[in-house]
Design a protein. Structure first.
Length: 124
């Protein structure tokens, strides 16, 4: 049993390395897209929200940008959004999370720059 767990741990690190290698171009593109924004919002629900917190914490080590993590409904009711200022990263595995879609519409209303991270090719 311990051997199987060890093998799975090794496979996870290999899988992570391969995923990062495959996504390097996307990550570079996203970095360039968001580099000029002083304010970045990461929006998600459930596990996507939790992942957003981890991303924020990791980015705080290498960036002095203001990064807010919000649940979809929190972002939807956000009182301090300013037109055209900042970027929004929306996360939803299905691309169909209601609160996240509402946040997307709010971001569009405020002319914010938007990127959606989802497992689905087409969202809304």
């Amino acid at each position: 049993m311990a051997s199987k767990m060890y093998d799975e741990m090794i496979e996870q690190s290999i899988s992570l390395k391969e995923t990062l290698k495959a996504e390097k171009n996307h990550m570079t593109e996203l970095s360039k897209y968001f580099q000029d924004f002083d304010k970045i919002y990461i929006v998600g629900c459930g596990s996507s929200l939790s992942t957003g917190c981890s991303v924020r914490d990791a980015l705080n080590f290498v960036s002095d940008k203001s990064i807010d993590v919000n649940a979809g409904y929190e972002f939807y009711y956000h009182k301090k959004l300013e037109k055209g200022e900042g970027g929004v990263i929306l996360t939803s595995p299905s691309g169909e999370t209601g609160d996240t879609i509402a946040a997307l519409k709010k971001a569009q209303e405020y002319d914010l720059h938007i990127v959606a991270v989802t497992n689905e090719e087409k969202v809304v």
